[in-house]
Design a protein around this ligand. Structure first.
Ligand SMILES: C[S@@+](CC[C@H](N)C(=O)[O-])C[C@H]1O[C@@H](n2cnc3c(N)ncnc32)[C@H](O)[C@@H]1O
Length: 157
């Protein structure tokens, strides 16, 4: 059942607010064996920061202009056009991404919370990454208010 699969996910969702926090996570979350996907790389500034810490990284963006510029600026890194919501293309890269970075414009505002959660729930079951690190103030605010209730065993009469 789809829901059962979702409950068994091992993916940790790391929510950050602002680009400084988003980049701060790299030294904690990216490791030498990681294959990393960045969704919403613009000109590749964060992708390049991730690269020295992992085995492989692909920077992606919806905008072909951004990807052209990223390739020009950083010819040693792989950049591809990808719409975040186009999972089929993400899967066509044929990689087992162990970490996914998400910085898609418009995902920070309060009204975008459901879109962010939908996006995370699309990528987590398909790639089963250890972590998805997302730049979204809305998700960070929501996450800091959430507590997962630990079920208590009750005695049956
Ligand atoms: C804030 S910029 C990313 C900055 C970059 N991550 C960095 O750290 O330098 C947001 C990017 O999201 C891209 N974007 C917007 N909608 C997208 C979508 N549906 N799929 C992929 N990228 C998208 C925009 O083209 C833009 O380049």
């Amino acid at each position: 059942m789809a829901n059962e699969r979702q409950f068994k996910l091992k993916t940790t969702f790391v929510s950050t607010r602002g680009v400084a926090e988003y980049r701060q996570t790299i030294t904690t979350w990216v490791h030498p064996n990681d294959v990393v996907l960045e969704i919403g790389c613009e000109w590749g500034t964060t992708t390049v920061l991730i690269a020295p810490y992992c085995r492989e990284v692909i920077g992606t963006d919806l905008s072909l202009d951004c990807i052209k510029k990223a390739r020009q600026k950083h010819p040693h890194i792989r950049f591809e056009v990808l719409d975040a919501y186009d999972l089929r293309t993400a899967m066509s890269f044929n990689k087992s991404f162990s970490k996914i970075y998400v910085d898609v414009s418009g995902l920070s505002g309060y009204r975008s919370l459901l879109d962010v959660i939908a996006l995370l729930n699309m990528y987590a079951p398909i790639f089963n990454p250890e972590a998805i690190i997302v730049k979204s103030g809305a998700l960070k605010n929501f996450a800091t208010r959430c507590v997962a209730w630990q079920s208590v065993q009750t005695e049956q009469a």
